[in-house]
Design a protein around this ligand. Sequence first.
Ligand SMILES: *Cc1c(COP(=O)(O)O)cnc(C)c1O
Length: 348
Amino acid sequence: MRGLINLYSDTQTKPTAAMRAAIAAAEVGDEQRGEDPSVNALCERMADLMGKEAAVFMPSGTMCNEVAVLVHCRPGDEVIGASDCHILAYEGGAPAALAGVLVSPLPSVRGQFTPEMVEAGVRFRNRYSPNTKLMTAEQTANMGGGSVWPVAQLDAVAAAAKRHGLATHLDGARLMNAVVASGIAAKQHAAGFDTAWLDFTKGLGAPLGAVLCGSRDMITEAWRWKQRMGGAMRQGGICAAGCLYALDHNVERLAEDHANATMLATGLGQLPGITAETPETNLVFFDVSGTGMTAEAFSRAIEAEGVRMGAQGPMRVRACTHLDISEADIRTALDMAERVVTRARKAA
Ligand SMILES: *Cc1c(COP(=O)(O)O)cnc(C)c1O
């Protein structure tokens, strides 16, 4: 029997034997004291990649986002970002709970907004209104279908934010997917942003870790928050070694994930009752309203056939391609989707 074809999330990738070998051989030290050579190497490499002065290793992407909010804002300040952005929708209300800030949604199309929307989102400076302090954007935009912001548009929204004295933060959970899809270097995507980070546990396939980059002063302040939150690590190089391995071996191959996503979306879109969004990277979103099933029912039915996907709304399902998924897996997943849809139509 074949195993589960897991398209639920690119976070569910498992480290390969070669990555585990790199992890086993890692040189380590006390990360909290700045003495872990693997963590230091990763941070230097990431600062360079992002075009920033400094970087700090974090246990997760969520911590990068929340520490950045803490660095940029004071209690009572306001963050603006797309209405379905991760900071607003998927971090347990941390901006309110930890930083005492409110996050206000900007309208967006495929997770992207315009300089005009930023302008409209900044409040008048007076003693009644919250102080709009930080603008954040996601590259790629997760709930925007893994869409890739054109770099010119990232620059334009960052410039609009700067005109109003806002700080800027780039959630680069899947930044390397955008780099591979666009052929444009990470530092160009990050240029308009004070802080920017990359997750190693998405399509890059490492077991743990994300790196937040910014100016030396911002990263000094980020380190203080990391320490306060208990995020300082000891022999963190065990994890950093997996991230370094990912940078060397798992970036260019993201193109295969993108090709598999296109193949999956094209095949799904040909099934009766399914409307698939056109993927730009490794995330495939599709609507199942025409099948007579809800997203939950569809996900349950296809999981029974050995393919896992995730309901992301009443009718919207997400499938992610990643390094544990082959072209043959996509063909099987499409066969199973067809089986599920056909069965539902017969029952109706
Ligand atoms: C996954 C994700 C995060 C959070 O990263 P974790 O490492 O899972 O904490 C933040 N932003 C976006 C856009 C994500 O997709």
